[in-house]
Design a protein around this ligand. Sequence first.
Ligand code: PGA
Length: 256
Amino acid sequence: MSNRRPYVGGNWKMHGELAGAVEVTDNVAAAIGEAAEAVEVTLFPPFPYLQAVGDALRQCGIGLGGQDCSPHLEGAHTGQTSPAMIADLGGSAALIGHSERRNELGEPDALIAAKTRAALAASLQPVVCVGETMGEREAGIALQVVERQVRAALEGLSGAQVGTSVLAYEPVWAIGTGITATPDDAQSAHSMIRSLLGELYDDELADSVRIIYGGSVKAANAAELFSAPDVDGGLIGGASLKVDEFASICRAAVSA
Ligand code: PGA
């Protein structure tokens, strides 16, 4: 890690029910405590629980985000949630381009770019997810795929807009599988992304953007992953619903 402020996101996916969501939030807030000053922590609950989780988080220094957002700010778009609505409920961030949406719903790069622009237009922090599948890795094109996804998502964005964003490298084969990338694998993708930011913008910007790793991060492997120089924290799925695990991952990000 570097002098970039570490970032840990808790992606709850489509798990839980209302009472449990509020309980986990209360417990996470208590367990993280003062670490929330040294690490930026954001919870991404399912949309129907956004307001209740936001209410439970009030004043504790932990952020709230949506797991997706519409590429539109408002209008006749049945079933979608606009970034402005997320902001209206106190949200400050949105996950964009998660592989479960790219792969289950067929979200293409151009849609992900439009969602990133919409999030920024509503003053949300986009957390843009990229990552290769196992087939792409085995074909030796992992870094090309990640580069294509990053270039597409950032198309037309200013340096200032990219500076407020977070990029999440999440190899698809590591998500929810218990198989984690090695710190070296993560570092090579993260350093490629950082060099690309230097090429597209400048070195100062590249050095300031948080690039986090996701894919089977748990308390037992977080410190090692976060010790890679270009890994600035993590996007945590399964372990984010286990309060003690999540709190120790946040503490590992602080001490990395
Ligand atoms: P996982 O999910 O930690 O359960 O692998 C990570 C993610 O999908 O963001």
